[in-house]
Design a protein around this ligand. Structure first.
Ligand SMILES: NC(=O)C1=CN([C@@H]2O[C@H](COP(=O)(O)OP(=O)(O)OC[C@H]3O[C@@H](n4cnc5c(N)ncnc54)[C@H](O)[C@@H]3O)[C@@H](O)[C@H]2O)C=CC1
Ligand SMILES: CC(=O)C(C)=O
Length: 242
């Protein structure tokens, strides 16, 4: 039996890296997909290639107007939403003394505030339906500090505690909320020149793959994790155990 048969899943950042690999796997498991991202041309192409009933909605996750449009289009097409995968994100690697306040705010806006915005809108649907599931892509950098990543790490730490709070708040309403905390994963967010050094400092000795993260996301999205909420799944090749 497919693990996500006929489940309607909204995936932000769904056309690249971890989001795209998750879209591929969720589709194989029977899901109906709404992919959300910035690049209209690429998004339409990815949705077309995935086929079935997949739709792409061009949106900036930090825009309240765009976010509302995503849920309107989802309701219009599928009549419900079962799973929200808050996965869109941007990296930010720069010494703090070189980071402008505007850059800091942009990072926190995309990586944390948008998770609140999309979750809040999804929860309205979930409460009415009597069920729902939210997966937030945080990061192992939400657990630990690292030089040159202050804004990103602050945002991802916020995602972890937002996840805990929403999970507790809506547990009795059959709405689960969990976070995936990847280690260094081979996607476009990691600068090419950093890939070897990040592999070297990871106990397993390599970067993770988007497909490995998709399998972890599928666990959180499916009933395999039915007793798990307000919690985190760290998949980091051993990094945070050091
Ligand atoms: N690759 C890694 O090593 C790790 C990644 N993560 C997180 O995983 C998530 C996915 O990232 P990756 O797949 O690695 O990178 P990626 O760059 O391949 O994917 C991120 C996607 O988010 C989209 N996006 C960015 N800003 C957006 C906005 N304002 N509105 C709509 N879409 C937007 C991008 O266009 C892109 O398609 C992010 O939240 C990232 O912080 C967490 C830990 C490690
Ligand atoms: C993007 C990145 O390196 C992490 C660990 O989140």
């Amino acid at each position: 039996m497919a693990k996500l048969q006929n489940k309607v899943v909204v995936i932000t950042g769904g056309i690249s890296g971890i989001g795209k690999a998750s879209a591929d796997l969720f589709k194989e498991e029977g899901a109906k997909l709404v992919l959300v991202d910035l690049d209209e041309e690429k998004g339409k192409k990815v949705a077309e290639e995935l086929g079935g009933e997949t739709i792409f909605v061009q949106a900036d996750v930090t825009s309240e107007e765009d976010a509302k449009r995503v849920f309107d289009k989802t309701a219009e097409k599928f009549g419900r939403i079962d799973i929200l995968f808050n996965n869109a994100g941007i990296g930010a690697t720069k010494p703090t003394h070189e980071v402008s306040y505007a850059e800091y705010r942009k990072t926190v806006n995309v990586d944390l505030d948008a998770v609140f915005l999309f979750s809040k809108l999804a929860i309205d649907y979930f409460r009415e339906q009597g069920s729902g599931n939210i997966i937030n892509t945080a990061s192992m950098y939400g657990w630990i500090g690292a030089a040159g990543n202050a804004a990103y790490n602050a945002a991802k730490g916020g995602v972890i505690n937002l996840t805990r709070s929403l999970g507790i708040e809506y547990a009795k309403e059959n709405i689960r909320v969990n976070a995936l905390c990847p280690g260094f994963i081979d996607t476009p967010i990691i600068p090419a020149e950093m890939k070897q050094s990040l592999s070297d400092i990871t106990p397993i000795g390599r970067l993770g793959t988007s497909e490995e993260m998709a399998k972890a996301a599928l666990f959180l999205a499916s009933d395999d994790s039915s007793f798990m909420t307000a919690n985190t799944l760290t998949v980091d090749g051993g990094f945070t155990a050091q």
